[in-house]
Design a binder for this molecule. Structure first.
Ligand code: ATP
Ligand code: MG
Length: 137
């Protein structure tokens, strides 16, 4: 059993897609074991995306992720990291496979509705970045 970290991004929260995305997560056999709605400030978003600092899309990415509330959640299941990445589909919705979250819900490469940790190590770091021990089931 493994845990991963997920965000429902501002574009999806604004379009009333929290429930639809949670439904797909649960149907895929992943369990929500911690969740909350937050609004990130610029420092929080910059820290989260530190690996992308200096890239041409970084400032717009931070502006987007702070543009409205997001849902952050911890998902649990066998091979949760890889299975949730598969459920999301490729970063660019035009390249995402049919039936994936990004193919069905994303608006563009930037407004791509969901985030998922890309490795178990990233998942552990990202979970600790958003959740205190006493917020985890
Ligand atoms: P995420 O980290 O959000 O799960 P990812 O791992 O598929 O997505 P990354 O390469 O980590 O993609 O990029 C992080 C986010 O930055 C992407 O989800 C997307 O919103 C944005 N992004 C990435 N590349 C670009 C780009 N070339 N132009 C605009 N935005 C981009
Ligand atoms: Mg990433």
């Amino acid at each position: 059993i493994e845990r991963t970290f997920s965000i429902v991004k501002p574009d999806a929260v604004k379009r009333n897609l929290i429930g639809a995305i949670y439904n797909r997560i649960e149907k895929a056999g992943l369990r929500v074991v911690a969740a909350k709605m937050i609004r990130m400030d610029a420092d929080k978003a910059k820290g989260f995306y530190a690996e992308h600092e200096g890239k041409p899309f970084f400032d717009d990415l931070v502006a987007f992720m702070t543009s409205g509330p997001v849902m952050v959640q911890v998902l649990e299941g066998d091979n949760a990291v890889v299975r949730y990445r598969e459920l999301m589909g490729k970063t660019n919705p035009e390249e995402a496979a049919c039936g994936t979250l990004r193919a069905d819900y994303a608006l563009s490469l930037r407004h791509n509705s969901v985030h998922g940790a890309d490795s178990p190590e990233s998942a552990a770091r990202e979970i600790a970045y958003f959740f205190a021990d006493d917020e985890m089931c």
